[in-house]
Design a protein around this ligand. Structure first.
Ligand SMILES: [Cu+2]
Length: 173
């Protein structure tokens, strides 16, 4: 721990201003500009029984791929504090067989999911929200039950910021 935090904060502030003025900061420091907030996953059983998804009208994430494979989805807010746009290009988790980046689209009256082409853009000095009924990290073929309160790591691969591992908390929506 720092014994005298004040000079440190002053120094940090100066560094932040310098980096901001420099535009994109020093090479290789990109990972600091992306963060994931409020990361959570939809509770689901390996048997394919989705918990709570249907009743709320945003059940597409737990319905697709037929009734045999158990699926879930991870939601979060991606925040980019950098001056350059970045892209979430893939994700990994060890609670399922396959992880895909999905978007939910309406085809007439039918809610469908499809893979996002080219990744999910996180605008410079902006954010993008992954939420039920919209963009999400799809967990396909669960290899363990996701019970409310469980936590598991999800590794997010960004085009510029590289790999960032976050903890997803399982919730019953
Ligand atoms: Cu999906």
């Amino acid at each position: 721990m720092w014994k005298s935090p004040r000079p440190v904060f002053v120094l940090l502030t100066i560094l932040l201003v310098v980096f901001a003025l420099a535009g994109c900061g020093p090479a290789g420091s990109g990972s600091a500009s992306i963060s994931a907030e409020n990361v959570w996953a939809r509770a689901a059983k390996m048997s394919g029984e989705a918990m709570g998804g249907m009743q709320h009208g945003h059940g597409a994430e737990s319905m697709e791929y037929g009734g045999t494979k158990a699926n879930s989805a991870v939601y979060m807010k991606l925040v980019n504090r950098g001056a350059q746009a970045d892209r979430l290009i893939s994700a990994k988790a060890d609670v399922c067989q396959t992880v895909e980046l999905h978007e939910t689209v309406m085809q007439g009256d039918v809610m469908r999911m499809q893979q996002v082409q080219g990744g999910i853009e996180v605008p410079a000095n902006g954010s993008v929200e992954l939420k039920p009924g919209g963009l999400h990290v799809m967990l396909i073929g669960l290899t363990k039950d996701l019970n409310p309160g469980d936590k598991f790591p999800v590794t997010l691969q960004f085009e510029k910021a590289g790999a960032i591992t976050v903890q997803a908390e399982v919730r019953q929506p």
